[in-house]
Design a protein around this ligand. Structure first.
Ligand SMILES: [Zn+2]
Length: 307
């Protein structure tokens, strides 16, 4: 086998490079990601790329592997029946989720067999929902099963922000038996969870459940720097971060008819990500990568900066 079990690899303590953005990168390459968007709310976003542009999804994975990513996240962020239902594709959710897994696994097997594929999924109502005990467990259960069937090595529950949602998500994907990383969204400037919840509260709520790694994501680099020490004190397992570097869907720039204006104007360079990631490693992070607006160039720079 080309690679050790993901948990064994984590246990070595050696840093892992997570890949960069998928949705904004698809957009940068000309894939239309505004299907189903209404009035400042994202629609199906990158989920429709599984129908419209699977070859571009494949090419993005390939470029991240060439850049040296140790973990690729599948393009299944929102291939759930809620988001795909916005564009009449709700009944294809499991198919597109499986396809997202298969494309990433195939790219890995050809280009970087020592790397891992994380099956990604995000809450079906995005950042707008209150705690969601109905759609979230159902969709995560479906996606986790489909991703397991496609051969992923682990699961990445990401862009999740409520303690109660995280607990439900862990329970929903547990039957797969796969390792699970959690990526917590929109960390505040004070280093807290989006709604002011603390990582200590999260750990108390999780109780005896197994979480293989906790990452801070889709937050500014400064927020990740503020949050990591707090996360380190609350959680003894592997931690990490992957920032959003200038792709703010909550700004007035958002217009569903046009690409996000901020995408081409982010000034956060690959060298800056490499420098911040080095700082995060010194704070105990072991998994670093990029979220919205990061590119293969960012991941290549990050790779170079790894010890
Ligand atoms: Zn993001």
């Amino acid at each position: 086998m080309a690679r050790p079990d993901f948990r064994e690899r984590l246990a070595t303590g050696k840093p892992l490079v997570l890949d960069g953005a998928m949705g904004s990168e698809l957009q940068r390459r000309g894939v239309w990601v505004s299907h189903g968007a209404i009035e400042g709310k994202l629609g199906a976003w990158s989920a429709t790329a599984m129908r419209d542009a699977p070859d571009v999804v494949r090419a993005v994975h390939e470029d991240y592997f060439r850049a040296g990513a140790d973990i690729a996240t599948t393009n299944s962020f929102w291939t759930n029946s809620v988001k795909l239902g916005l564009v009449g594709l709700g009944d294809r959710a499991a198919d597109y989720t499986r396809l997202a897994g298969k494309i990433a696994v195939d790219a890995r097997d050809r280009l970087r067999p020592q790397a891992y594929v994380a099956g990604g999924m995000a809450p079906p109502h995005g950042g707008l929902a209150k705690v969601d005990p109905v759609d979230l467990p159902r969709e995560f259960s479906m996606q986790a099963q489909a991703l397991r069937e496609s051969g992923v090595d682990l699961l990445l529950i990401e862009y999740i922000g409520h303690v109660d949602d995280i607990v439900m998500a862990i329970d929903a994907v547990a039957p797969t038996g796969l390792p699970v990383m959690v990526g917590i969204r929109e960390i505040t400037a004070a280093g807290l969870m989006q709604h002011g919840e603390t990582f200590d509260q999260l750990m108390t709520a999780l109780g005896p459940r197994t979480v293989d790694a906790i990452l801070l994501m889709c937050s500014s680099p400064a927020a990740i720097t503020a949050g990591l020490p707090r996360l380190r004190r609350a959680f003894a397992g592997p931690i990490g971060g992957y920032p959003n570097i200038g792709y703010d869907r909550s700004t007035d720039h958002f217009d569903a008819r046009h690409p996000w204006h901020s995408l081409d104007t982010t000034t956060y360079t690959p060298a800056q990500l490499a420098a911040d990631a080095s700082r995060w490693l010194a704070m105990g992070a072991r998994i670093v990568g990029g979220c919205c607006a990061t590119t293969p160039d960012h991941i290549a720079a990050l790779r170079q900066a790894m010890p």
